[in-house]
Design a protein around this ligand. Structure first.
Ligand SMILES: [Zn+2]
Length: 363
């Protein structure tokens, strides 16, 4: 089970996984982590994460800014082990989380879950050794194994731009005479340089346990459901649902702000969110931003997606080039839900992706 891709229906999976996991339980290996396996770019001061307790044994780990980690992780501590959901942009970020987690629990990390294939949720996978299973959708495995997390517009935008961000910070530092401002700029520069160093050490590592529909882990008294609810932020987003605790971890399928749409299936996403809404939960632990109460955020994001999709379809029909369309699309009607929207325009990646979908060229 642990090395083979699983591609079966829920009932079969639930039985197989429950049985298999029970068998491993007694043989959980000790966690290996010492300063000798400290990855490049992991030099930082102060904690890199805040562990916000959400329920007994469940934490939302949010970056402090001391290290560039991009996404949040979620942690589930069970009877015999811990589960980490998402591994950040680099082995350095994942290493820092695992080190700092020792203050929360002495239990070893036994499972890692990738909510999706994006670099900022999976590029720390490599720090986990062969005794840790990495679980994700079959699509996530396919994309990471195929090298897609290392290329494309997302990583170009967020990682490819680090050298120019460093140049800009250095220029501002050289021009600044105010000691307080200089200290801030220097700290930001250190974080960026550290991050650049850390990104060079990435070896994309795909999940070794996969699901296509649903997979259930029974760990002690806890039930942990991994569910693919349909295409959305990517073609293979997995949500992690704890029915007893009434919590759901959504990766980037639902975040606090507006989610990146450069690899998305915008129209499908609206329907996938209906299936998310049908689950019984009280709180969402998103891949970016703070814990969300209730389901209102789902409505907000569905409304945004509907308007975006309507606008982008009209511009495509009118043969407006994608970059020009990105300037014209006006989402300010959603600013009351997303205060970061202050002007017309969306990021071009989102429109290029939508055009590819309409042209039948999307991956
Ligand atoms: Zn993402």
């Amino acid at each position: 089970m642990h090395r083979a891709g699983l591609a079966r229906r829920w009932l079969v999976l639930a039985v197989l996984v429950a049985g298999g996991v029970t068998a491993i339980c007694a043989a959980a290996p000790p966690q290996t982590s010492s300063s000798s396996d400290r990855p490049p770019g992991s030099v930082y001061t102060g904690p890199a994460f805040r562990f916000n307790k959400v329920a007994e044994g469940v934490y939302h780990a949010v970056g402090t800014g001391a290290l560039a980690v991009f996404c949040n992780a979620s942690i589930i501590v069970n009877e015999n082990e811990a589960i980490v959901i998402d591994t950040h942009t680099t082995p350095a970020g994942a290493w820092a989380l695992r080190e700092e987690l020792k203050a929360i629990t002495p239990k070893p990390v036994r499972y890692v879950i990738n909510t999706h294939w994006h670099f900022d949720h999976s590029h720390g996978n490599q720090i986990y050794g062969p005794n840790v299973d990495i679980i994700g959708s079959a699509f996530t495995r396919q994309m990471i194994a195929g090298g897609h997390s290392m290329k494309g517009r997302g990583i170009e935008r967020f990682i490819g731009s680090i050298p120019s961000q460093i140049d800009q910070l250095e220029a501002r530092l050289a021009a600044s005479t105010d000691p307080a401002e200089r200290a801030k700029l220097q700290a930001a520069l250190d974080v960026q340089k550290n991050h650049l160093e850390a990104t060079k050490a990435v070896v994309p590592t795909p999940p070794n346990v996969t699901l296509t529909d649903q997979l259930v882990l029974h760990r002690g008294a806890r039930e942990i459901r991994l569910m693919f609810l349909g295409r959305g932020h990517t073609g293979g987003d997995v949500v992690v649902y704890l029915p007893e605790e009434r919590l759901v971890m959504t990766g980037d399928l639902l975040v606090e702000g507006t989610s990146y749409m450069g690899d998305a299936y915008a129209a499908d996403w609206i329907e996938t969110l209906d299936r998310l809404k049908a689950l019984e939960f009280d709180r969402v632990l998103p891949g970016h931003g703070s814990v969300l109460e209730g389901k209102a955020r789902i409505d907000h994001w569905q409304a945004y997606l509907r308007d975006f999709w309507t606008e982008v379809q009209a511009l495509h029909r009118a043969k407006v080039p994608a970059d020009e369309a990105a300037k014209r699309i006006d989402m300010r009607a959603h600013a009351h839900n997303y205060p970061a929207i202050t002007a017309p325009g969306v990021i071009p990646d989102n429109v290029h992706r939508a055009y590819e979908l309409m042209d039948g060229k999307a991956q």
